[in-house]
Design a protein around this ligand. Structure first.
Ligand code: GAR
Length: 200
């Protein structure tokens, strides 16, 4: 069973979907830690309810990204975390951290990358007037929502759609896709260097 940490900054609906999938026996993993950079984020409440420990920090209280990521790595090591799952974590991962967890960090993004990286991907798609957007799960590298893709799923956008109406459609895909992709990855070893891991 893979021991994972989930990194999140917000509501944590993807965090919830992952822990629900574990509980339902659909995902063979154990969430050993939540890492959160927003002390008021609802995801912290979700972790408490699930009995999962949290490491909550504020980036502005540290001298550098390297300083807080060093602490995060210590927390991950203490809890024997093998794999890092970003679920709405709105920060770039630094080179030291990437090196430590090379090929063992994945992210989910609410667009068909490489379209609409960065913040508010759903709003970006609406403003661009595209007919289709979707969800991407990918390995993490030093870029913003870049890195080798593992899975994508599309959703069509209706003429009347707004960010508010598109968001639940995207979330519904995310909540099914992320646990399924993780299960697939972990059953194949869960490392980027394993080519089979990317044939989802
Ligand atoms: C999700 O839609 C996720 O794809 C997105 O943040 C949301 C978090 O929702 N991530 C990014 O935009 C990463 N660039 P949640 O807190 O309810 O899981």
């Amino acid at each position: 069973m893979k021991s994972i940490a989930i990194f999140a900054s917000g509501s944590g609906s993807n965090f919830q979907a992952i822990i629900d999938a574990i509980q339902e026996g659909k995902l063979d993993a154990q969430v050993n830690l939540l890492v959160c950079d927003q002390p008021n984020a609802f995801v912290i409440e979700r972790a408490k309810n699930a009995g999962i420990p949290s490491f909550v920090f504020q980036a502005k209280q540290y001298k550098s990204k390297e300083a807080y990521e060093t602490e995060i790595i210590e927390e991950l090591n203490k809890r024997d975390v093998e794999f890092v799952v970003l679920a709405g974590y709105m920060r770039l991962i630094g080179p030291g951290f990437l090196n430590e967890y090379q090929g063992r960090i994945v992210n989910i993004h609410p667009s068909l990358l490489p379209a609409f990286p960065g913040k508010d991907a759903i709003g970006q798609a609406i403003r661009a007037g595209v007919k289709e957007s979707g969800v991407t799960v990918h390995f993490v590298d030093e870029g913003m929502d870049t890195g080798p893709m593992i899975a994508q799923e599309a959703v069509s956008i209706d003429v009347n759609d707004t960010s508010e109406s598109l968001q639940p459609k995207i979330h519904a895909i995310e909540h099914k896709l992320y646990p399924a992709v993780l299960q697939r990855l972990f059953s194949q070893g869960g490392n980027k260097n394993d080519e089979k891991a990317r044939t989802y």
